[in-house]
Design a binder for this molecule. Sequence first.
Ligand code: NAD
Ligand code: UD1
Length: 340
Amino acid sequence: MTTQKILLTGGAGFIASHTFVALITAGYTPVIFDNLCNSNPKVLDRLERITGIAPLFIRGDIRDAAALDAAFGAHAFAAVLHFAGLKAVGESVEKPLEYYDNNVRGTLELLAAMRRANVKTLVFSSSATVYGDPATTPVHEAFPLSATNPYGRSKLMIEEILGDLFKAESDWNIARLRYFNPAGAHESGLIGEDPQGIPNNLMPYIAQVAVGRRAQLQVFGGDYPTPDGTGVRDFIHVMDLAEGHVAALKYFDGATGLVTVNLGTGKGVSVLQMIAAFEEACGKKIAYQIGARRPGDIAECWADPALAQKLFGWSASRTLSDMTRDGWRWQSMNPTGFLD
Ligand code: NAD
Ligand code: UD1
């Protein structure tokens, strides 16, 4: 059993809060560093209810060098899991400078603080968005990379910065994890995804229709070259994703270097299949209408997850019905998210 301290930037957010639980289960001591720009401090109480441990929490911004130095001074971190970032594609088109400042400059400040503190193991939250519109599926890590919006470009830039850093300073251990589509929630129903305003992503939108917060789902396009005409994605249970981070950390117990790894299930699920699975979980019909395609969307995308299995000994174990059941439990127990 390890008691290593791990810094979680963006630790109060959706994916990192679930990773907090997985880290506690694996015997680590996570410390949350978050400016709460897209999360609610209530998550801290919920994490205590789930784990029995009051989270160590630092309210701070990753662009604040002094706040980072204070955090590294207060705790002897073995590694950093870097989740903090802005993630709304549409907003990134409206506010590119804010996105590059927060995501890219924030990461540079974090890396500089890590170097000052001599903490050189980093797990970075990248995204399958860096594959752009992949020519074929499943998507392999060696596929060409591209970006069509500032959010995706910020992820790509950070990946490249990490590559350059490792080339220059080979004593770093870096995992660039490319997440596919996180879905579901912790099985307790106490934490989950709580988007501000109108959800951009499919799963929280469906959940809000099911709970009566929204009248109907707009299905973005029914004429894609996919089996039922709707978009196909690789939805991965957020607890599987969380456990993928633990597996990446453990990998660096016995290995060094820079790795780039997909975290997905390897299975594609269409929008209509997701609606049907959610209806099954919640026992209600989800009202939907098939409309125009969303600009920038791709037809289909799912992971080749073999490298994660090979390097980390990790693969997703939860099913689509686990995702919809747990997602519905979270939404029905907390109809207005952390406001409840
Ligand atoms: P989230 O918004 O729920 O969590 C991000 C957290 O970072 C929030 O709590 C926010 O308050 C915090 N944060 C943002 N900027 C900060 C700053 N400058 N300083 C300190 N804290 C800051 O998002 P999430 O869905 O949990 O995503 C986590 C990471 O995973 C992000 O980097 C995101 O780009 C990436 N990612 C998410 C998805 C997805 O579908 N959710 C997919 C691929 C990659
Ligand atoms: C979106 C982002 C991507 C990001 C990813 C992870 C865009 C263009 N892309 O991708 O950069 O990495 O989220 O969070 O925003 N859908 C509907 N109706 C809805 C919402 C979605 O039909 O109200 C469809 C989409 O057209 C798509 C599928 O559901 O076919 C999944 O959409 P979404 O959850 O937004 O994820 P991505 O499109 O994969």
